[in-house]
Design a protein around this ligand. Structure first.
Ligand SMILES: [Zn+2]
Length: 68
């Protein structure tokens, strides 16, 4: 099993699809939200961007305060 992230070209929503790698195709598929067949697979989901420095900074400051 693997996760694939799709972004809809019609409504702009993103959703994940869990699928066997052998069954997976990179074809455009139907959007989970608006049911228009315009969702394309994206290789770098926006979720990864949240793991950037900004996220860690916030967490670090929170811990510092707890220590003092
Ligand atoms: Zn959509």
């Amino acid at each position: 099993m693997a996760f694939y992230t799709y972004e809809c070209g019609n409504c702009g929503n993103e959703f994940n699809v869990r699928e066997n790698m052998s069954e997976h195709s990179t074809d455009v598929r139907e959007c989970k939200y608006c049911h228009v067949k315009e969702a394309e697979q994206i290789l770098f989901p926006s979720m990864l961007e949240f793991k950037g420095s900004g996220f860690y900074e916030t967490t670090g400051k929170g811990k510092e305060k707890a220590w003092k």
